[in-house]
Design a protein around this ligand. Structure first.
Ligand code: FE2
Length: 353
């Protein structure tokens, strides 16, 4: 059976495209209705905030993404929106992967009863979300076009995966990524590079994923190993293509391990993937070699010795969460993956991080 793959229906791309956001939202507005702007709080009081096309009753909801998005936080944000309005006309997520995922999750939880914890998994969402829009200010995660909103819950780190999760509109304006700190730019860009490597080296690979993955990888090489005036534009497209590539295949060992790391230590996705990828020479030899060249070229270093001093219980949880990501391991190592990536081997990899 092939998956009937849903994609984002509307995309606008270009420098200054953000100026058209008001116009894009206009047909979605109802009399007396409002829009909710879920914005990374780093933009509070900044120029971007003053450029938001806010109208009368709109709600600006600055969000804290110091921690990776949690189910509890999603429930709190949803309650805040519900206290403000019965149902907004739309939710606009402005920021990096975490802010976009929060916007997706809130737009879903406004129309689906209960806690977001109940929907962590595949296709558990029953009702379509409120109209929702992505405005990425950071490139690499692919959150702008993925069918998941990754959340950490009390039991697991697992996304709200559904066709309803997909944004209705994506606004790609490379100018918005200008102010990002270098380390964050690099780590998040590497998330995209790793998506490409994991997709292109996976057993789930097909011509669809390959076409997108190869183009995304080519763009990553241009951005991280060459100089180009429009590298922000290229990275934005690499992120989009990388996301499209994994959407019809899967990520692999690096993402599976990074989920375990992040569950226990709260490590952010981009940097977590870099830390994990750096110990995966045996699985992705060429990819890791080039990754290190990129790191050296941009003089970026990685946090080290993260798992030293962790309790046995924490190490066990890390291994358990990671090895629970069956499709990722199967994509990476094939059907026989459990005989290859044993708990002992996963633990040894974690001990080197
Ligand atoms: Fe990722």
């Amino acid at each position: 059976m092939y998956r009937n793959f849903k994609i984002v229906p509307n995309i606008i791309f270009g420098r200054g495209a953000f100026n058209q956001l008001g116009e894009i939202l206009k047909p979605k507005r109802t009399p007396g209705g409002c829009m909710v702007f879920v914005m990374d709080e780093v933009f509070s009081g900044k120029e971007l905030e003053s450029r938001l096309p806010l109208e009368g009753g709109d709600l600006l909801l600055p969000v804290c993404v110091r921690d990776e998005p949690k189910t509890k936080y999603v429930d709190e944000l949803t309650a805040k929106v519900k206290a403000y309005t019965t149902q907004p006309d739309g939710v606009i997520g402005i920021g990096g992967g975490s802010s976009m995922d929060l916007a997706k999750a809130v737009s879903l939880m406004l129309t689906n009863p209960g806690s977001s914890v109940e929907y962590q998994g595949w296709d558990l969402i029953r009702n379509p979300a409120v109209y929702h829009v992505a405005v990425p200010t950071l490139s690499g995660t692919g959150a702008e076009i993925s069918r998941t909103a990754v959340l950490t819950g009390p039991e697991k780190k697992l996304g709200l995966n559904s066709d309803y999760t997909l944004f209705d509109q994506v606004l790609l304006d490379p100018e918005l990524t200008a102010g990002v700190p270098k380390d964050q730019w690099f780590y998040t860009g590497m998330d995209c590079y790793i998506h490409d490597i994991e997709s292109l080296n996976g057993t789930y690979l097909n011509a669809f994923s390959k076409a997108y993955g190869e183009k995304s990888l080519e763009l990553c090489h241009q951005v991280f190993l060459e100089e180009h005036e429009d590298s922000a534009d290229r990275l934005m497209m690499a992120s989009y293509f990388g996301g499209m590539s994994i959407a019809y295949s899967q990520v692999g060992a690096c993402h599976a391990l990074s989920y375990g790391l992040s569950f226990v230590l709260g490590t952010h996705h981009g940097v977590g993937c870099c830390i994990t990828f750096d110990v995966l020479d045996e699985i992705y030899p060429e990819g890791v070699k080039v990754f290190r060249e990129m790191m050296a070229r941009h003089k970026v270093s990685l946090p080290r010795n993260l798992t030293q001093g962790l309790s046995e219980a924490d190490m066990d949880t890390m291994v358990k969460v990671s090895l629970g990501m069956t499709p990722l391991w199967e994509n990476c190592l094939g059907k026989d993956w459990q005989n290859i990536m044993t708990p002992a081997r996963a633990r040894e990899l974690f001990s080197r991080m």
